[in-house]
Write a protein that binds this ligand. Sequence first.
Ligand SMILES: Nc1nc2c(ncn2[C@@H]2O[C@H](COP(=O)(O)OP(=O)(O)OP(=O)(O)O)[C@@H](O)[C@H]2O)c(=O)[nH]1
Length: 243
Amino acid sequence: MASVESSMEFTSSLTVSSHLPPPRTRIFKIIVIGDSGVGKTCLTYRFCAGKFPEKTEATIGVDFREKLIEIDGETIKVQLWDTAGQERFRKSMVQHYYRNVHAVVFVYDVTSSASFRSLPAWIEECKQHALGQEVPRILVGNKCDLQNSVQVGTDLAQQFADAHSMPLFETSAKNPSSDGSGDSIRGSSDHVEAIFMTVAHKLKSQKPLILSQLPRGVLGGDTVTLIRGRDEGEEKVSWTCSC
Ligand SMILES: Nc1nc2c(ncn2[C@@H]2O[C@H](COP(=O)(O)OP(=O)(O)OP(=O)(O)O)[C@@H](O)[C@H]2O)c(=O)[nH]1
């Protein structure tokens, strides 16, 4: 992989020229895919900015969000690639999405059967872009706050997730149960942050990835810390294989 090779060169030149090796950060690229309107932008924004965006427009090509997180004392950078759901906005970019991917988040909208029925096509697209079996995948049902409009039940989604060896999370980018808004949502709704942190936790235990320099002191307000075994989504996850 080109990026890994170049990062190795980068590391060795630093070792030669520096007295003290600068801090380095491993970078993990996670792509978020699913039909247009399922809430990919809102989910990635919720994780990276900690809130629901006031206004979103259809993503054109790809949007890119990053967050530094600390897990067991190591700072890693999570790159979320928020891809366009609309075919006409993704054509030219699609090759780039799948390069050096470390994890995939499939999103459907619990109020849209159509978005759920599209999942096999998204899985097939991953296959066509030669995503390896070792790449972790998760399934996220979004918009659980819209309780009265649910079209995709948990049982059906769980069956699909099991059939594809993916963990399932149901959540709401708009109203995660943790935000204290007072609105009730489906009882077992997962927190957006816990979902992405669970992916990051899994990735952290994998082989080293791209390295980058982390300026001293950059770890600031955007940092969240995960203590092994204590994040909420962890116990639900089984990473035995991928689709
Ligand atoms: N009620 C509710 N609405 C949501 C939620 N997440 C997203 N939305 C709304 O769904 C619409 C689409 O959200 P986006 O995040 O732009 O969807 P997307 O999947 O990124 O769409 P594309 O960029 O076209 O692929 C917006 O009007 C959001 O406000 C949610 O959890 N609950």
